[in-house]
Design a protein around this ligand. Structure first.
Ligand code: 1GP
Length: 239
């Protein structure tokens, strides 16, 4: 089970986020090459929008070129694929939009089960980051204010009490400001499930700050689209 590799040891982990909507063969091959050489722990596949057939092509190419687990990080209920190793079965618990709390999940649950794809229940929390991100806009939700650590803690604890297996706090793709250390450390000490942090992590120094604060897994998206090799530096800095 893929969930076991999130909790198997105390090692800090990296997920490389690939957006299938931006499919471009040579960039994808470069990203896979870096992922293999740096032994990233997971490949997350997802984005806020699907405008083309990139998901099929991307999954096919990744599967043919690596054994790193492919985990779908869905933008909505249309992001599912039978060849993925798992799907983060997200509930957007920082928001109050029923479609993203339970609606999309009802639409897709039976299909995911029929496909036999492992679903990993995940409490997804958007955190204010200096600008409106695609995830906020597309989900029609308000993020948790960046200074309201107590709200973030209460939300994560509620998610854990509801039985969610992971908590993922996200400043959003391309965030101006990654999540502050105080919020990460207080949430981490309030929960026992693994904590994923993403959004705006562009360099090794920031990645180290975030894992030192308590992140178990960090997600790198935009930075590795511009410079895939940044993953080598980040990996070195956090282990
Ligand atoms: C976005 O957490 C991810 O949902 C990654 O963000 O693209 O800014 O690295 P970046």
């Amino acid at each position: 089970m893929i969930i076991d590799s999130f909790i198997s040891d105390k090692k800090k982990k990296i997920a490389l986020l690939i957006d299938p909507d931006k499919f471009e063969n040579s960039m994808l091959m470069q990203q896979i090459d870096v992922a293999n050489k740096s032994a990233v722990d997971f490949i997350f596949l997802g984005g806020s929008l699907i405008t083309n057939d990139g998901l099929n092509k991307t999954i096919e190419i990744i599967k043919a070129n690596t054994n790193i687990p492919i985990i779908i990080f869905p933008g909505d209920g249309t992001h599912i694929h039978k060849d993925a190793d798992a799907i983060l079965f997200l509930s957007l618990i920082s928001g109050r939009n029923p479609d993203f709390l339970i609606g999309n999940q009802v639409h897709t649950a039976s299909l995911i089960k029929e496909m036999g794809v492992e679903s990993i229940s995940t409490g997804y929390m958007l955190i204010e980051s200096g600008k409106i991100t695609a995830a906020q806009y597309m989900s029609n939700t308000i993020p948790i204010p960046k200074s309201k650590t107590d709200i973030a803690v209460a939300t994560a604890v509620a998610g854990e009490m509801l039985g969610l297996k992971l908590i993922y706090m996200d400043a959003g793709s391309g965030a101006d400001e990654p999540i502050i250390s105080e919020m990460i450390s207080k949430v981490k000490s309030a929960i026992d499930v693994p904590l994923i942090i993403g959004g705006g992590i562009r360099d090794a120094k920031t990645a180290k700050r975030i894992v030192d604060a308590g992140a178990d897994i960090i997600v790198i998206g935009n930075a590795a689209e511009k410079t895939p090799e940044i993953i080598f530096e980040i990996k070195k800095a956090i282990n």
